[in-house]
Design a protein around this ligand. Structure first.
Ligand SMILES: Cc1cc2nc3c(=O)[nH]c(=O)nc-3n(C[C@H](O)[C@H](O)[C@H](O)COP(=O)(O)OP(=O)(O)OC[C@H]3O[C@@H](n4cnc5c(N)ncnc54)[C@H](O)[C@@H]3O)c2cc1C
Length: 387
């Protein structure tokens, strides 16, 4: 079977790339293990969709179909240090309509797949499992476990942080463990968050509360391993009490809407996100600390930029041409680098118990709060908008 492009991984990044190429003449094969589905209740995985991601999803024709009653805007973010430092970001003061939209992963994922099922230039291979990737003179051949062989000019690895495509590409990833786990859970609250998100930088990790629709709250507690294990071992009531206490009871009584989960956190960097006839996007290309909430926003921008570069390739040119892939890699390098280092640095700054650094980091937050120009710049970075 002959295609122009094979995408391995139909998560948010891979599916968005395929939809973004809907108006091109590319013949696309999308290979994925599992069909995404909505479940009853709330998803465990909640994202902060940045304004740039929302614009991209609008362009893809996806955002208009998302149930607004399940989305919550973030108008303000309040950040606290561990010794009196604080900082407030406001969308209004920075001239933005909102800082982010909080919503479930599957809301967007399922909608992207609805678009894919109707898309004339996409063949879905799902469930399917790639077995071998072979480079040929003028393209690649992807062998599936069921014996089918897909040929194309190039392959995109959108298969998440343990990317099979990346392994086949032979690019070594530098992985640095944070010795932390992201403990995630969603709650119904006694008091509605009303568009406010909170973030507490603590010695034992970073606690984030995001507003969820219908007076809910979504928590990501990036906690040192020992604390994360302790939180996961608590019974439900004690867990809710511990979270409420850590967040200064700002949202009254908390009750779990979804079971809690914990994910090991690490920074992953690659020397190259492209190789001969291969490009990586989303978590296959980078992993960052969740404290900025930008993982999926980076993935969407990868998909948008790669789609732009591929769509600009004239019909007589090979889309797997290394110059095309290099242009994509160059355009994406800065944002991934800035976010990886900013989140890494902040996490380390608040992860030390050195008393001198403790005073400095809190003074730094207070000083930043008094510098509206710097605060506005940070807001625009937080909102994934260029300052
Ligand atoms: C605790 C935690 C909290 C987070 N919070 C946020 C947040 O608030 N905001 C945010 O933006 N990001 C957040 N992230 C990051 C976010 O989850 C990821 O950035 C995002 O899921 C990456 O999307 P992706 O499409 O690149 O990869 P994935 O979501 O991992 O999708 C990969 C897809 O590829 C498929 N696949 C894998 N291997 C193969 C294979 N060999 N063959 C075929 N298919 C395959 C998988 O089934 C999957 O569908 C968080 C992460 C963690 C751990």
């Amino acid at each position: 079977m002959k295609y122009d492009l094979i995408i391995v991984g139909g998560g948010l990044a891979g599916a968005a790339l395929a939809v973004a190429l809907r108006r091109t003449s590319f013949r696309i094969a999308l290979v994925e293990h599992v069909v995404p589905a909505r479940q009853a209740g709330w998803d465990q995985r909640i994202y902060a969709y940045s304004p740039a991601s929302v614009r991209f999803l609008e362009e893809l024709g996806v955002w208009a179909h998302i149930d607004r009653a399940r989305l919550a805007p973030v108008d303000e973010i309040q950040v606290f240090g561990d010794a009196g430092g604080s900082l407030r970001f406001s969308a209004h003061q920075s001239g933005l309509a909102e800082l982010a939209r909080i919503g479930e992963s599957s809301l967007v994922h399922v909608e992207l797949w609805e678009g894919l099922k109707r898309q004339h230039n996409v063949a879905l291979f799902c469930p399917a499992h790639p077995k071998e990737l072979i480079h040929q003179a003028d393209g690649v051949a992807l062998h599936l476990a069921d014996g089918r062989v897909l040929n194309a000019a190039m392959v995109v690895g959108a298969d998440g942080r343990d990317s099979w495509v990346r392994q086949k590409m032979g690019v070594a990833a530098t992985v640095e463990s944070y010795h932390q786990k992201g403990v995630v859970a969603n709650f119904s609250c006694g008091v509605s968050p009303r568009g406010t998100a909170w973030q507490w930088f603590r010695e034992d990790g970073v606690l984030a509360w995001l507003p969820l629709a219908q007076a809910g709250m979504s928590m990501v507690w990036s906690a040192n391993n020992a604390l994360a294990d302790e939180l996961m071992a608590l019974d439900e009531e004690a867990f809710c009490e511990r979270v409420a206490q850590a967040g200064e009871r700002r949202l009254g009584r908390l009750e779990l809407l979804t079971p809690r989960a914990a994910f090991p956190l690490s920074l992953m960097r690659l020397a190259e996100v492209v190789g001969p006839r291969v490009a990586l996007i989303g978590d296959a290309a980078h992993a960052i600390h969740p404290l900025s909430g930008h993982g999926i926003n980076l993935g969407f921008q990868d998909a948008r930029v790669l789609a732009e570069e591929l769509a600009a390739v004239p019909s007589w040119q090979d889309p797997g041409d290394h110059a095309v892939l290099r242009r994509y890699a160059r355009r994406r390098a800065e944002e991934a680098f800035v976010l990886q280092y900013a989140t890494h640095g902040l996490n380390r700054l608040f992860g030390t118990d050195n008393p001198f650094i403790r005073v400095l980091r809190n003074a730094g937050l207070n000083l930043t709060a008094r510098l509206p120009v710097v605060t506005n710049m940070l807001v625009r970075y937080a909102a994934n908008e260029r300052p």
